[in-house]
Design a protein around this ligand. Structure first.
Ligand SMILES: Nc1ncnc2c1ncn2[C@@H]1O[C@H](COP(=O)(O)OP(=O)(O)O)[C@@H](O)[C@H]1O
Ligand SMILES: [Mg+2]
Length: 198
């Protein structure tokens, strides 16, 4: 009896679960991929099943392959990612997008189209990102081997009003994850109860 009630409750909650796009923006090496993966794990462990990650690096190898780093191409990249995120969001998926997305205007456009949109500014000073140089790209950009590199010879426009800001140079990964989850909860995107197994 109790089991059936619980199962029905879970089905009901799954049915009710709203889709949402959590959009991580910030410089290369700021921590977008790291935080979005940790959020995915945290949500999975809470019982959420409908989660998708759209990571900038992966997307640029398929969905937006061939696009470069001019403003036009960067905007087109974000528009296409936003298109997919929108489709997933309206199908009750929790979508985690990590993309530098340096331009405010196109982020705003995508926000308005999707509606259920949580912007996370993954913020670490350029000097810190450059020190991390996770992919060795800053070194190449400084050497002039890569052009139009965000923060070096291409602009980054910080979000004006992000739902969450993660200062990854000052806070731990766990703190950043907790902040994002708390905001999702506050905004009503986490209705699903933690499923306990005894
Ligand atoms: N609080 C933090 N949150 C996220 N990443 C952090 C944090 N502190 C240090 N890091 C490190 O910063 C790097 C961020 O790299 P990555 O997630 O690939 O950045 P991005 O996807 O923004 O280019 C990783 O090596 C990660 O371990
Ligand atoms: Mg990344």
């Amino acid at each position: 009896m109790t089991e059936t009630v619980t199962e029905n409750r879970i089905k009901f909650m799954e049915h009710q679960q709203p889709g949402v796009t959590i959009w991580f923006t910030g410089l290369s090496g700021a921590g977008k991929t790291t935080i979005s993966r940790a959020i995915e794990q945290a949500l999975q462990s809470k019982g959420y099943k409908r989660i998708e990650i759209l990571d900038g690096d992966v997307v640029r190898q398929n969905l937006t392959k061939g696009l470069g780093f001019s403003k036009e191409d960067r905007d087109e990249n974000i528009r296409r990612v936003g298109f997919v995120a929108n489709i997933l969001t309206r199908n009750q998926v929790i979508v985690l997008v990590s993309a530098i997305s340096p331009y405010q205007e196109i982020r705003q456009e995508v926000r308005e189209r999707i509606g259920n949109f949580v912007e996370v500014y993954v913020n670490a000073p350029l000097t810190v990102c450059e020190q991390r140089d996770v992919k060795g790209l800053y070194k190449k950009a400084r050497a002039g081997e890569i052009k139009n590199f965000t923060g070096i010879d291409d602009p980054y426009e910080p979000p004006l009003n992000p739902e969450v800001e993660c200062r990854t140079d000052l806070e731990s990964l766990e703190e950043s994850v907790a902040k994002v989850l708390a905001k999702l909860q506050e905004l009503g995107y986490l209705g699903f109860p933690e499923v306990k197994t005894y």
